[in-house]
Design a protein around this ligand. Structure first.
Ligand code: SF4
Ligand code: SF4
Length: 280
């Protein structure tokens, strides 16, 4: 089972939920797919064991073979390869999508591929939580290829929890599309409701089962509750505003770590999701 933890915006407590759930449901795998700003390990404290470079194939041009026919640049829909007639042909790393098309259409076989590093994938372990984290290099135009690579390491024999990137754009789609269930973490405010609706548009489009975790549930209004009821979305958990949770968070400790009661609540949340995904 793959369970993604997502939210329409940052700062809702998504990572706190993902890490607490992983600790309570272990043995599991936890993937931090927020590759532009991974922070799950600030709460998990997994010991990193291995780091792999993440790379994509990138066109390399043999100018001894090239006759400047421009078939490569005509083919590339992204304008990712530039032909300077009589001078040079080169691909632009910030634009190229590594589709391999220019290599295929080159009549002179002048294009080969070489790896271009786009970031790192770290592996670690703590308390029977196998941890995988992606970190994209600064300046990369798209996080999606690195997020896609993280899912190559999932294990069919192990349940996986995914801490998704915030928002409702391509990275969120990529990190939820493999899931059996999506937890949407939200807050009972007008902004929370607005961003929840955007995130729901995506999960509905993807045909995913979803449920809500409402953070700081006792601060704000009840519009989220009404919306959930009208749209038949189960409310899986309410987390009140709690200074003990906030203080522990600021020290890098998740609720499932500092409180047995919260650990049990997250364990029950996991069982509830299992029963929704695979009803008896
Ligand atoms: S398609 Fe091949 S031969 Fe033609 S310009 Fe591009 S690299 Fe050169
Ligand atoms: S690999 Fe694809 S995206 Fe990149 S330059 Fe070639 S055709 Fe364009």
């Amino acid at each position: 089972m793959i369970v993604s933890v997502a939210s329409g915006k940052g700062g809702t407590g998504k990572t706190t939920v993902a890490v607490s759930l992983a600790l309570a449901a272990s043995p599991v795998m936890l993937i931090d797919a927020d590759v532009e700003e991974p922070n799950a390990n600030i709460l998990l404290h997994a010991e990193r064991s291995t780091t792999k470079k993440a790379s994509l194939p990138f066109p390399a041009i043999d100018m001894k073979k090239c006759d400047f026919c421009e078939k490569c640049s005509d083919f590339c829909a992204f304008n990712g390869i530039i032909v300077l007639k009589g001078l040079k042909v080169f691909a632009v790393p910030e634009i190229c999508k590594s589709c391999g098309g220019c290599k295929m259409v080159c009549p002179q076989n002048a294009i080969s591929e070489e790896p271009r590093d786009i970031g790192y994938i770290d592996f670690g372990e703590r308390n029977r939580v196998s941890f995988i984290e992606g970190l994209i290099n600064i300046g990369e135009s798209s996080a999606t290829p690195l997020i896609r690579m993280l899912f190559d390491f999932t294990d069919d024999d192990k349940d996986t929890i995914v801490d998704c990137p915030p928002g409702a754009a391509h990275p969120m789609v990529e990190s939820t599309k493999h899931s059996d269930f999506v937890i949407l973490v939200t807050e009972p405010t007008p902004f929370g409701l607005h961003d929840l609706k955007e995130a729901l548009t995506i999960t509905t489009e993807l045909g995913k089962k979803v449920g809500l975790v409402i953070n700081r549930a006792d601060v704000g209004d009840d519009e989220i509750l009404k919306f959930a009821e009208q749209n038949n979305i189960p409310i899986l958990m309410k987390i009140p505003y709690d200074t003990e949770i906030a203080e522990n968070y600021s020290r890098g400790t998740s609720p499932a770590e500092f409180s047995q009661e919260w650990r049990e609540r997250f364990a029950r949340l996991w069982i509830k999701i299992q029963s929704i995904v695979s009803p008896a």
